[in-house]
Design a protein around this ligand. Structure first.
Ligand code: PHE
Length: 343
């Protein structure tokens, strides 16, 4: 029986080692240890053996079985690892297609515009500030010289947030509240711009969006005049829009500036000759500006006898529209790759 046992074990181990898949290994296992295996047949012979020989052969058979089992375990572990890495390989996503040169993403046109506007003012010595988009009534209106029920509040179609007392919390309607926050946090001289998103309860059309972007400017120093404001606006217009585009100021009204003005720039589409976009005036309105109202300075504890300044605020979206001659502003929010990829 010894020789037969030895060759049975060798054959079984051979079959186990050459099994190339878990399925093949299961077959090799049945062949080596199953009911119809040579080892099972040898076990059956034990019954007809004399007692002392049976003990000896039984032990040897048992040892043979455990060698075969150990080999099975070893091979199973090997095959499982191989199978797992094959599966990982098959399931791996090929990201090289997605990251290909042609479809690499880039900064959105509006963010590019904001960055360029910031650069123009940083070049003129301004710092960049920011404030929250959800504001309290104090920052959005009251500190800007609009007490409760002031009729000028109606200039902004306001979205209210259900928070605290009714109508105490708003989605900011302009970036002007950042003026107040900056003046509360630092003392003059102040030279800042504050770009950011603003909200209005408006129906979007070709030249208006319900959420859009403004950039606010604030200068507080000694002896600042309306001439400084006009010069700053004209310098900005030339450096952002390029030669041939100029600015003009027209009298207007804002409760937080006195005097107040609207500022307009040469229509980039007709270069001032008059066209449909500028309603034949040759000018496009960009924003509002004026000398900071003494009441605003008082609200933040700055002495209007010592300090004066100007502020302005205009649409970032409108700047991009004028400069890139975009007929309908609503495309800024569509995320249509055919538009985005042009800028
Ligand atoms: N906040 C004003 C608006 O949104 C613009 C403005 C800013 C006017 C600063 C004057 C001074 O209409």
């Amino acid at each position: 029986m010894t020789d037969e046992l030895a060759s049975t074990v060798t054959d079984a181990i051979e079959a186990i080692r050459s099994a190339s898949s878990l399925e093949a290994l299961r077959q090799a296992e049945t062949a080596a240890l199953g009911k119809r295996s040579p080892l099972a047949a040898l076990s059956r012979q034990l019954g007809s053996m004399p007692a002392e020989q049976r003990k000896d052969s039984g032990a040897r058979l048992q040892e043979a079985r455990s060698r075969v089992s150990a080999e099975l375990d070893r091979r199973r572990a090997e095959l499982e690892i191989a199978e797992r890495s094959r599966r990982h390989e098959a399931e791996r996503m090929d990201l090289t297609e997605v990251i290909g040169e042609s479809s690499r993403g880039h900064v959105h046109l509006l963010s590019q515009t904001r960055d360029e506007l910031e650069d123009v003012f940083v070049g003129m010595g301004y710092r960049v500030a920011e404030g929250p988009e959800v504001e309290t009534d104090w920052y959005n209106f009251e500190a800007l010289n609009m007490p409760p029920a002031h009729p000028a509040r109606g200039m902004w179609d306001t979205l209210y947030v259900r928070w605290g007392e009714p109508e105490s919390t708003v989605m900011r309607t302009h970036t002007s509240p950042v003026q107040i926050r900056v003046m509360e946090a630092q003392s003059p001289p102040i030279y800042i711009v504050a770009p950011g998103r603003v909200y209005r309860r408006d129906t979007p059309d070709a030249r208006h969006l319900a959420t859009f972007h403004q950039i606010e400017g604030l200068v507080i120093d000694r002896g600042i005049t309306f001439g400084d404001l006009a010069g700053t606006i004209e310098t900005f217009t030339g450096s952002y829009f390029g030669p041939g585009i100029h600015s003009r100021l027209r009298p207007s009204y804002f409760p937080f500036t006195e005097p107040s003005a609207e500022f307009e720039v040469t229509c980039a589409i007709c270069k001032g000759d008059g066209c449909r976009t500028c309603s034949d005036t040759g000018w496009v309105e960009l924003g509002g500006c004026g000398m900071v109202h003494p009441n605003v300075l008082r609200a933040v504890g700055i002495d209007p006898e010592q300090w004066s300044g100007f502020a302005f605020g205009f649409g970032i979206d409108r700047c991009a529209q004028v400069r890139h001659e975009i007929a309908d502003m609503r495309v800024f929010l569509d995320n249509d790759i055919r538009l985005l990829s042009q800028f």
